[in-house]
Design a protein around this ligand. Structure first.
Ligand code: NAD
Length: 493
């Protein structure tokens, strides 16, 4: 049965002002399974007013300790309702049930971590260069925060923003991707159950132009936390700048995974496969450029083919399936187009390269895990983000050659280095222009440490203590202890 959702504003479930809904499709079956409210500018105004009012209500007056306890409560409810959240998110984005389940359970820890941090955000008493004055800093919430997120990991990527934003005392309006909206409505139910006051968390669904842009330019929205692609990120950044908004961007990547001849090749091969084929390559941090030292090239590619041959494609809800469908039809078309581009550019496909359809493949939105060799770093298949299960293999000679190739790209989100040499690991970690360097592992993330991009991969960091500062204003307070009457025309330096 198709389920109809409503918008979540001010702790209430309301119909959209447009009185219009659009379908959410199950990527495996291709069938509509939910009706998503199509919000517009009027809903944005309503949600912003609610989120704004909450800053002056019980939420704004709540102690940081109590705020932290509420975040803890939410974390516990996420764990308790993990199966429902998993089912809904996987239904929307087609990712493996097992993978989404892991993400959802891990997501709870973001709320525990930032809940614990809420009453540890401290200003400082500043030693002054002037007599008879007491100066201190205090951190204050920015106000209403809008989160705008993509379709690959709706819940987790929202949590990366939501948990620190709430920890800092802000209120939030979440705008998920039009392809994967439902799971945030399920999360909203848990906010009510946890006892959050009205207006603290709101969910508006719909399209970038109709909901995203009005959120970005609304005078009462202070901060936009965006994750998504280049075009959307640029539009949000330009629009945000015109309205003096604080904007963070988590964008795309074309991350190098670099294998040296001295690496543990068995572990490295597994790491490469996880790096590119997990989530069908639909992750910003996918290790989509494999840089292989010449001496091990042929042997290593054979290992990858052997592992990839065992991958089972199919229904993402089945426990023995390793590769699910591509999340959306336009994305499927884009991945297949890039496979054609790679072939036309002269790259050699040594594994996969086809779509799959027929029995066991639902609506046929499947792309085989695909490996291209003879890739030159200047080719489009090496420079552009495919966001699918396509690996480009590039040879290198030595460390300097690997660094040159790895950094010769406009992205700088992440990178992997596989070696047994500590010196080489540290040297490479210094030289790679990327927000994350994984040595002898790939795709690890944690709420305890920052994540974000160099260059076109983004602006700002999510995760760790640093992330909270991105949701706070710093105020400097001066208290004069001078009882003498100063000369009003002479400023003291
Ligand atoms: P997208 O940019 O099309 O959409 C992302 C969100 O932005 C959606 O909610 C969309 O409705 C909204 N949006 C689009 N145009 C907008 C506009 N003009 N104003 C306001 N909002 C707008 O991205 P996508 O296709 O959903 O996601 C895939 C992209 O996300 C990939 O490029 C991927 O690399 C990136 N991504 C990055 C990270 C990261 O942490 N760096 C994580 C996951 C995905």
């Amino acid at each position: 049965m198709v389920q109809r959702y409503q918008l979540f504003i001010d702790n209430e479930w309301v119909d959209p002002a447009s009185d219009t809904w659009f379908d959410s499709l199950d990527p495996f079956s291709g069938e509509p399974w939910a009706e998503i409210p199509r919000a517009n500018e009027a809903d944005v105004s309503r949600a912003v007013e609610a989120a704004s009012a909450a800053l002056d209500g019980p939420w704004g007056h709540m102690s940081a300790t109590d705020r932290g306890l509420l975040l803890h409560k939410l974390g516990a409810l996420i764990e308790q309702h993990a199966d429902t959240l998993t089912e809904v998110e996987s239904r929307d984005n087609g990712k493996l049930r097992s993978e989404v389940g892991g993400q959802v359970r891990y997501m709870a820890k973001y709320f525990y971590y930032y809940g614990g941090l809420a009453d540890k955000i401290q200003g400082a008493v500043i030693p002054m260069d002037k007599p008879k004055v007491f100066n201190y800093t205090r951190y204050e919430p920015l106000g209403v925060v809008a989160t705008i997120t993509p379709w690959n990991s709706s819940l987790l990527l929202t949590a990366w923003k939501l948990a620190p934003a709430l920890c800092a005392g802000n209120t939030v309006i979440a705008k998920p991707s039009e392809y994967t909206s439902a799971s945030l409505f399920e999360l909203a139910k848990l906010f009510v159950e946890a006892g959050f006051p009205p207006g603290v968390f709101n969910v508006l669904t719909g399209f970038g132009k109709e909901v995203g842009e009005p959120l970005v330019i609304h005078p009462k929205v202070a901060r936009i936390a965006f994750t998504g692609g280049d075009a959307g990120g640029k539009a949000v950044n330009v629009l945000g700048a015109q309205h003096f908004k604080r904007v963070s961007l988590e964008l795309g990547g074309k991350s190098p995974n670099i294998i040296f001849e001295d690496a543990d090749l068995t572990r490295a091969a597994n790491g490469v496969i996880t790096g590119i084929f997990s989530a069908g390559g639909q992750t910003c941090m996918a290790g989509s450029r494999l840089l292989l030292q010449e001496s091990i090239h042929d042997e290593f590619v054979e290992r990858l083919i052997a592992i990839s041959s065992k991958a089972k494609l199919g229904d993402p809800s089945l426990p023995d399936v390793q590769v699910g469908p591509v999340a959306t039809r336009p994305q499927f078309d884009k991945v297949m187009e890039y496979i054609g581009i790679a072939k036309a550019e002269g790259a050699r496909c040594v594994f996969g390269g086809n779509s799959r359809s027929g029995e066991g493949f639902g609506a046929g939105q499947f792309v085989e895990p695909t490996i291209f060799v003879d890739v030159d770093n200047s080719m489009r298949i090496a420079q552009e983000e495919v966001f699918g299960p396509v690996l480009s293999v590039i040879k290198f000679k030595d460390e300097e050659d690997a660094i040159r190739i790895a950094n010769d790209i406009r992205f700088g989100l992440a990178s992997g280095v596989w070696t047994k040499s500590l010196h080489r690991a540290m040297y490479m970690s210094e030289r790679l222009k990327a927000g994350t360097v994984w040595v002898n592992n790939y795709r690890s993330t944690s709420f305890t440490t920052p994540f974000g991009g160099y260059k076109h991969s983004g602006i700002g960091r999510e995760g760790g203590i640093e992330a909270v500062k991105e949701y706070l204003e710093t105020k400097s307070v001066w208290i004069s202890t001078d009882l003498d009457m100063p000369d009003p025309f002479v400023r003291k330096y």
